[in-house]
Design a protein around this ligand. Structure first.
Ligand code: HEC
Ligand code: HEC
Ligand code: HEC
Ligand code: HEC
Length: 174
């Protein structure tokens, strides 16, 4: 009787440890991708870069230095919005996750398309599925709403179709 019980216990222990081992190793396998910065994307996507450069997104860090930003900051007890995580988290790329990126460029490609160090090579980029495995995101409305929401002090509303028209950088399809 005792022997059976012990056997049962032992196999349960083995199963549980296997499960734990499996969970740990599979979460290790989930990759954290690094940022590479807009200059790198621009090397191959000149047309998209030209459109982006003229967008509000490219100026989102500079915006935090304006009088309007300082006024909003003051109401929230923030001295310098360009130095406060409470503003930077939506006004630059990858704030606070310690992956190296140049904040001055504002909302860069990788804010929407995912950190690009893993996919930004000719060979990988030519294969959309592989690019996605290496971190490329083809953004939908949900990505926009990570920042375009009522957490923004100046938020009024967000209409995806209208907003997308204003930022789109697709090349004309043949
Ligand atoms: C070495 C050149 C190169 C670099 C660097 C590069 N790309 Fe690409 N990218 C390509 C090529 C080639 C394609 C394939 C589509 C094409 O032929 O235009 C592509 C496709 C894409 C697509 C469209 C996928 C699709 O099929 O609709 C996106 C989005 C994209 N790149 C974003 C980026 C971003 C963001 C960066 C910077 C992190 C970047 N790329 C860096 C060469 C590059
Ligand atoms: C990482 C945060 C972030 C993401 C993701 C993001 N945005 Fe923005 N967006 C901003 C910020 C911040 C501004 C304001 C920039 C400024 O004025 O300096 C802005 C401004 C804009 C503007 C100009 C608004 C105006 O009324 O002048 C449009 C349009 C826009 N975003 C569309 C989009 C769309 C479409 C998406 C998704 C495909 C998107 N954004 C994703 C942060 C973001
Ligand atoms: C949740 C994301 C988010 C946070 C947090 C955030 N912003 Fe923004 N900010 C946006 C977005 C998106 C826009 C453009 C659309 C809008 O006004 O919502 C924007 C636009 C702005 C604008 C331009 C508005 C205009 O009409 O000219 C200023 C100025 C600004 N933000 C200042 C700040 C300051 C200062 C802070 C910190 C106290 C801050 N933001 C925090 C997302 C955010
Ligand atoms: C505010 C979010 C946002 C930013 C910033 C952004 N993109 Fe995009 N990008 C999109 C969306 C949304 C699409 C359309 C996705 C789809 O068609 O499914 C797109 C599509 C693309 C495509 C495919 C174009 C085509 O012809 O189909 C390329 C290439 C691309 N982006 C490159 C870039 C590069 C390079 C940058 C930076 C210079 C950039 N994007 C910045 C949201 C963004």
């Amino acid at each position: 009787m005792n022997c059976v019980k012990n056997l049962w216990l032992a196999s349960t222990v083995i199963l549980v440890s296997l499960f734990i081992f499996y969970s740990i190793s599979s979460s290790r396998a989930m990759q954290i991708f690094e940022y590479t910065g807009v200059k790198k994307c621009a090397m191959c996507h000149e047309a998209q870069h030209a459109v982006w450069s003229q967008s509000h997104h490219a100026k989102a860090f500079a915006t935090l230095g304006t009088d309007k930003a300082k006024e909003i900051g003051k109401q929230q007890g923030i001295e310098d919005p360009q130095k406060s995580g409470q503003c930077l988290k939506c006004h630059v790329t990858g704030y606070g996750d310690k992956r190296k990126i140049i904040e001055e460029y504002g909302i860069q490609c990788e804010s929407c398309h995912g950190a690009g160090k893993g996919y930004a090579t000719e060979k990988i980029m030519k294969n959309l599925e592989l690019s996605k495995e290496k971190g490329l995101i083809m953004p939908t409305e949900a990505v926009c709403k990570e920042c375009h929401n009522s957490g923004s002090p100046t938020f009024k509303s967000f209409n995806f179709e209208k907003a997308f028209e204003m930022i789109k950088h697709q090349l004309a399809k043949k």
